[in-house]
Design a protein around this ligand. Structure first.
Ligand code: BTN
Length: 327
């Protein structure tokens, strides 16, 4: 079940009155629930790491501004852009992509954002799982309804990678690379993955769901991932505001989406080539159904495919799959 709007109101009320103790009965009457309910929601927020002080007989006070991806906190920083105008929040869900695909099938508007503090079955590319630790990462899915043919979906994926690179780089100051098609790497390890899913007819996209997972404040990665994945906190050596990263990501997505609609896919693929060390002259292993083959990258074509030359001289344009740098 998505987050009760009244919990969002509670967060908003506490943030608005951050310098004072707010009496429990006042909170209860402003958001329209019992004092008991207020108390249990306060406990749920504390459980997510939000520091709220209870002052005996007086009420509640925030100790620090919470880094929780509540719609009221995000909306306060977003303008009137279509992307992010409508935000659906979950404390816990199976997969924000699964939720977004369902909402899209039910007619959710372009730009609707689904966000969760935790996923119990986060989906990765190529049938993998996505590690989705509670309140540490950003797990979000954005519904787009582009007036484009299904073939353009690959460019939307590259666009999402560019927007995420810009957002992570500008909020953290870290150098962020993009590995085709759209993994973000910091110091050679993955900090962000993007899973694009869509519903389409032969010649028309109904909806595209851009599912974006960013490892933000994880203080360590599980043993099986520690050689290939990291978090922004682990690389920047400080905590990073998830709210700031997500707000910047949504703004950047809007900017690149408008660029794609007005200037066409070349505007995106050219920028992607400039932003990724994987675009030209990178020695890679191409991982496919038939095994692994070594190649050198030679750019990205207007459809978003990665052009490669295999060591035996053959040329190819990869539409899907993955590449791994040969060191
Ligand atoms: C990858 O394998 O690199 C893609 C990972 C995508 C993970 C995100 S987290 C939010 C959204 N919901 C999901 O279930 N997956 C995507």
């Amino acid at each position: 079940m998505c987050t009760d709007r009244r919990i969002d109101k509670l967060i908003h009320l506490l943030v608005k009155n951050a310098t004072v103790v707010v009496p429990g009965p006042k909170i209860a009457s402003e958001i329209g629930v019992t004092r008991f309910k207020v108390h249990s929601w306060i406990d749920a927020l504390r459980n997510l790491g939000v520091e709220i002080q209870g002052v005996l007989g007086k009420g509640y006070q925030l100790v620090t501004i919470p880094d929780i991806l509540a719609p009221s906190l995000l909306r306060a920083e977003l303008g009137d852009n279509p992307i992010g105008r409508h935000i659906v929040h979950y404390f816990r869900t199976d997969s924000t992509n699964a939720v977004a695909l369902k909402l899209a099938a039910e007619g959710a508007e372009h730009g609707t954002v689904v966000v969760a503090e935790e996923q119990t079955s986060g989906r990765g590319r190529l049938g993998r799982a996505w590690f989705s630790e509670k309140a540490s990462g950003i797990y979000t899915s954005i519904i787009l309804r582009p007036p484009l043919a299904p073939a353009a979906a690959s460019v939307l994926t590259l666009m999402a990678g560019l927007a995420a690179q810009k957002a992570v780089g500008s909020v953290t100051g870290l150098r962020v690379d993009i590995r085709w098609p759209n993994d973000l790497l910091v110091n050679g390890k993955k900090v962000c993955g993007i899973l694009t899913e869509m519903s389409a007819e032969v010649d028309r996209l109904h909806a595209v769901v851009l599912g974006i997972g960013i490892n933000v404040n994880h203080s360590l990665m599980p043993a099986e991932l520690e050689n290939i994945a990291t978090s922004l906190r682990m690389e920047a050596h400080r905590g990073i505001s998830r709210v700031q990263v997500l707000v910047t990501l949504l703004r950047e997505l809007e900017r690149y989406y408008q660029m794609l609609l007005k200037q066409g896919s070349k505007a995106i693929t050219e920028r992607w080539e400039a932003a990724s060390s994987f675009a030209h002259g990178k020695r890679v292993r191409v991982v496919g159904a038939a095994g692994e083959v070594t190649a050198t990258t030679t750019g990205v074509d207007p459809s978003g495919a990665l052009k490669v030359q295999y060591d035996d001289g053959r040329q190819d344009a990869l539409m899907a799959g993955e590449v791994v740098e040969v060191k």
